[in-house]
Write a protein that binds this ligand. Structure first.
Ligand code: HEC
Ligand code: HEC
Length: 382
């Protein structure tokens, strides 16, 4: 499985590049747990240290060995649920609900307020402001390609996008609705919504439920994938990336970033400790530990996707870093024990910018929303 493999790879790379004093690096030949489908190659490269780095700088004109790309994958148009593909009626309803401010207590916030679909799926703030301007504790990750992750939130506490979507509406510092019943009351007050739920969940006697709201929003989010030039390149079009971008890709592989940032989303596949090699300064958030209460999960976070990363700053779970350059430098130091000079950071960023892609415009635009009726509850600013 990918999570185990990533852990193992990370350990190999960390140990091969870090100072000998790094804890856990002593037993070099005993990579205890998982099997790895990517055996010695990445760590061997990284282990060559200076030599490998020099080689990669010379690689500007070189072709990247395609065998090394097997740890990535192109994006599909839909991240299909275990229950099967979404129907057009479910996606259409989910899109309405995603933009629906009347699902918040003061009718001033929708999912799109913090995950703007015309802005990379984020809000551009270090931490988002919810009901009455209250600040949350973490940075809002993008909703684009999120459905492809192994779980949702920085700590993975929701198993999928369907479950996740039911959280923010009832969260007192986000959309702050008092109860699931209050949400359903808003929806049933508008005949168009009742009809849309009936179309999305045919054959159900009472389709307007909070659970179905989560399913519809999830069905919509499963369409929010952003294929781009990177996918064309992965599928075999060598011209889809420039030579400079390929050089950055080679550096990403040689440096060891792909040990954690891999798969179709270049992330989202495992939980990893922030500060894997060198402790992260002032780390207050316990990360995955909050969800599992397992000591081993302290300071572990879901590895974020690097898709559209140039558009989704500020960076990290606390939004503490403004620029992509700074984020890349910190990653190399703390996750891999390597100090990258400015030219290498620039090269990596050049490649990362090639990971931008787009979801279909008809999905990211706000749809027409039903008018309120006489019985629709009013905004409550308290
Ligand atoms: C007030 C701002 C705010 C609103 C409104 C909001 N979110 Fe979020 N969202 C966040 C923050 C902050 C996080 C990260 C929280 C954490 O990880 O603990 C998040 C996490 C997520 C994630 C997880 C992504 C990942 O990579 O793990 C998804 C998906 C998501 N939100 C979708 C939604 C949907 C759908 C709605 C509407 C029902 C919504 N959000 C409403 C701020 C918001
Ligand atoms: C050992 C695993 C690991 C390695 C290796 C690693 N990362 Fe990360 N990366 C993470 C984790 C975990 C986070 C999330 C940390 C947080 O915010 O708490 C992250 C976050 C990031 C972010 C910020 C993403 C966001 O949405 O805020 C960027 C950019 C990034 N990594 C790039 C890189 C690059 C470039 C490399 C190689 C120099 C690299 N990473 C190596 C695990 C890793």
């Amino acid at each position: 499985m990918r999570p185990n493999r990533s852990l193992h790879l990370a350990a190999l790379i960390a140990c091969s590049t870090a100072l000998a004093t790094t804890p856990g690096c002593a037993k070099k030949d005993a990579p205890a747990t998982a099997q790895t489908a990517q055996p010695a190659e990445p760590s061997a490269k990284a282990g060559e240290g200076g030599k490998a780095e020099k080689a990669s700088a010379d690689q500007a004109k070189a072709v990247v060995d395609r065998a090394r790309l097997a740890i990535f994958a192109p994006l599909a148009g839909e991240v299909t649920a275990a229950t099967g593909p979404a129907t057009p009626a479910q996606v259409a309803l989910g899109q309405m609900l995603y933009f629906e401010k009347r699902l918040s207590k003061n009718q001033d916030l929708s999912c799109n307020s913090c995950h703007m679909l015309d802005r990379g799926g984020v809000d551009g703030s270090a931490r988002s402001s919810g009901h009455k301007g209250q600040l949350g504790g973490r940075n809002a990750p993008t909703v684009f390609n999120a459905a492809a992750h192994l779980a949702q939130f920085w700590d993975g506490r929701a198993k999928d996008v369907e479950e996740q979507a039911k959280g923010p509406i009832l969260n007192p510092i986000e959309m702050a609705m008092p109860s699931a019943e209050a949400v359903v009351a808003v929806l049933v007050s508008m005949p168009e919504y009742v009809a849309a739920f009936q179309a999305a969940f045919p054959g159900q006697a009472d389709p307007v439920t909070y659970d179905n709201l989560g399913k519809a929003i999830g069905a919509f989010e499963r369409q929010l994938t952003t294929p781009g030039r990177w996918d064309a390149y992965l599928k075999g079009d060598d011209k889809a990336l420039t030579d400079e971008e390929k050089a950055g890709l080679a550096l990403f592989l040689d440096t060891g970033c792909m040990a954690c940032h891999n798969g179709a989303a270049l992330g989202g596949g495992s939980y990893q400790k922030l500060g894997a090699v060198k402790p992260w300064p002032n780390l207050k958030d316990n990360g995955r530990y909050d969800a599992t209460k397992d000591e081993a999960d302290k300071f572990k976070f879901k590895v974020p996707s690097l898709r559209n990363i140039a558009q989704t700053g500020p960076y990290f779970h606390d939004g503490s870093v403004q620029t992509l350059e700074e984020a890349v430098k910190l990653m190399a130091t703390h996750q891999l024990g390597r100090d990258l000079d400015d030219a290498k950071v620039k090269s990596l960023v050049t490649w990362l910018k090639a990971l931008n892609g787009e979801a279909p415009k008809e999905l990211t635009a706000q749809p027409a929303l039903p008018p309120s009726s006489a019985t629709t509850p009013k905004a409550d600013p308290t």
